[in-house]
Write a protein that binds this ligand. Sequence first.
Ligand code: ASP
Length: 355
Amino acid sequence: MKGKISVLFMAALMVIFGMSTVFAEAGKPNIVILATGGTIAGSAASDTATTGYKAGAIGVNALINAVPEIKDYANVSGEQICNIDSKDMTDAVWLKLADRINELLSKDDVDGVVITHGTDTLEETAYFLDLTIKSKKPVVIVGAMRPATAISADGPMNLLNAVRVAASSQAIGKGVLVAMNDEIDAARDVTKTNTLATSTFKAPELGVLGYIEDGTPVFYRETTRRNTINSEFSVEKVTALPYVAIIYGHADGDKALIDAAINAGVKGIIYAGTGNGSVHKADEAELAKATTLGIVVVRSSRVSNGAVIAAEQSYTNEHFLNGGTLNPQKARILLQLSLLKTHNLTDIQRIFDEY
Ligand code: ASP
């Protein structure tokens, strides 16, 4: 009877104080796994199918239960944020994720967060969070290229490794990390490089941060670019992001698309130019028109390596900004967050130089 009463008393305490980890094993970090869908939670009709499956079919608890070894490294709990194919990612999901992660990481009893995610837009979500999470605690994003039902599915080992990284003191203060295929990359630098291969996530230009070496996360370098607690951006109380379009440069140009973007009410344009952010002359006049209307134009590149820096004098005269080494999809996110704060071109160029 006495035992029963003390259990009831403990349960009441847990309800009152929200001490959900009171029974967590001491000594292990408390990691929350936030699931958003993707192939890692995908289910196919056969164990040999690696395309034509439903992404985001399996719930967070099934994902966690499929890898019981996780519990050797951390006390884990799961939350389902959404269950989508990441090709359908939206600002609304990003804002919800950022809010929830900031809330979780402000608690003393949460030591890190792992996010399961589809691979298509994983690098974008990672960079958005890198700029908007206000904590040094580890935030690790992970996905898989093969559905959970496939022979040699890569999801279980990737998930285990992501938890190992999130549980590692070495990961503190390194910004948002991507853990895939035994490698650890910085959110800013990583990109999906192969449509099908499990070794798709690379930071080909600026390099891998570290490896998971036979189960142990080992870091060799870190980014010098501003992120997380050193970021000036906040999305607290933000309900939508400014409309920024990406226009892809190519032979012949296509000024009709730039016109369409202007008419659709964009606040910014990322021009994925040829070479060092080179702008087709047919497009240049249209982009110059955009800047006179107050639309911020940033030159980026369709080339996957190298920085976009100042080039033609006419670009400077037309107030086009330089996108640096960010790929167009990440330049879009940085410009969206910049436009929440400022429309001053000097300030926005400073942001592109620092992040
Ligand atoms: N289309 C899937 C997604 O991004 C692909 C994947 O997860 O690998 O959700």
